[in-house]
Design a binder for this molecule. Structure first.
Ligand code: NAP
Length: 323
């Protein structure tokens, strides 16, 4: 697979979002199957693996660490810490260091290539986080750092202290809010952009049906994009993808990934995939080339399509109170 640059960090053009192996999409494959899937993705040219301390309360990092141990020197691991409030009586830098050390232990490694602040609440002093990240880089514990779901201003403030390598935020044909100012600021400051949920939790594959049901911690139970009426109302988007898929001898999921790869050279999506055929399909999108004309045509058609429903942290929080 071709590679791309997130600032100075070289990664495969498409990465693997590992969250779903332990978190957020209901029951997943067994650990041994998940490990085989991650290694198979590597064999197909994917070297960029995304996890977080929050996924399965550390279980996901353990699994990713086990899967990648034999190929550790050939892969780029991204993980994240999440703090919504300061911990009373604990200095912020010490708290983040404790979390990083715990992630490294779970991942069975002495460093990670990319370490994100998973959310950027104003209650956590952003400048202090950026300084701490600079120290971790100087110590070699992380090679680079990033933010997730940051605003343009938060990116500018953080980058002025310790240059950012990547912004990881939700981006797909169904969620384009960051096109307005975040993707442009990434371009201006030479920061990579890593779309999460690039297939809108699988909706853009065209395989989701209104009567599909989901269980456990599956976000598709609560995000409005997966409400029956919205699934039906979003059919014009799938029709567009279908038409291009037929024309290009590709699948709708591949077209939606090829569209964002065409948009900017510094965009590196990380779809989640828990079946071998989906890994082959999604990674195969890196070989689908849209012409400038095709890309412009998709953009023009997208501008006419109204999107129904979304994916918000507030909706996902409702899962906590559901059986
Ligand atoms: N920074 C953040 O706050 C944040 C938030 C969310 C996610 N993430 C990261 O981003 C990664 C990707 O997010 P995501 O998992 O929501 O991405 P996604 O690729 O939009 O959705 C993943 C789900 O879509 C379905 N899917 C994927 N490819 C498919 C295909 N070709 N055909 C049919 N269905 C397909 C799969 O469902 P089934 O598994 O049911 O088959 C899969 O679990 C995560 O793994 C995580 O690492 C970060």
């Amino acid at each position: 697979m071709k590679t791309r640059k997130l600032r100075d960090l070289e990664v495969s053009a498409i990465g693997l979002g590992c969250m779903g192996f332990s978190h957020g999409y209901g029951p997943g494959p067994s650990d041994s199957e998940a490990i085989d899937l991650m290694r198979s993705a590597f064999d197909l040219g994917c070297n960029f693996f995304d996890t977080a301390e929050a996924y399965g309360a550390g279980e996901n990092e353990r699994l990713v660490g086990r899967a990648l141990a034999p190929i550790r020197s050939q892969v780029v691991i991204a993980t994240k810490f999440i703090m919504r409030e300061p911990v009373p009586g604990v200095q912020l830098g010490q708290e983040i260091r404790r979390r990083l050390e715990a992630s490294l232990t779970r991942l069975d490694t002495d460093h990670v290539e990319l370490y994100y602040q998973h959310r950027v609440p104003e209650s956590i002093p952003l400048e202090e986080v950026a300084e701490v990240m600079g120290k971790f880089i100087a110590e070699g514990k992380i090679l680079a750092w990033g933010q997730s779901q940051a605003t343009e201003q938060q990116i500018r403030r953080a980058h002025a202290i310790t240059p950012l390598t990547a912004i990881q935020s939700e981006y797909s044909m169904m969620e384009r809010i960051f096109e307005k100012d975040v993707i442009p600021v990434c371009e201006e400051l030479r920061i990579g952009f890593v779309p999460f949920s690039p297939l809108a939790s699988g909706f853009l594959s065209g395989k989701v049906k209104p009567d599909d049901s989901y269980v456990g911690d599956d976000v598709r139970r609560v995000i409005t994009r997966f409400q029956k009426d919205n699934i039906r109302a979003n059919q014009p988007l799938l029709d567009l993808l279908d038409a291009f898929a037929k024309k290009k001898g590709a699948t709708p999921a591949q077209i939606s990934l090829a569209w964002m790869l065409h948009k900017k050279e510094f965009i590196v999506p990380i779809p989640g995939m828990r079946k071998m055929e989906r890994i082959t399909e999604n990674l195969g999108a890196a070989d689908i080339r849209l012409t400038d004309g095709e890309y412009q045509q998709i953009e023009a058609e997208l501008a006419k399509i109204e999107i129904h429903g979304n994916r918000t942290d507030a909706d996902i929080a409702k899962l906590r109170d559901m059986k």
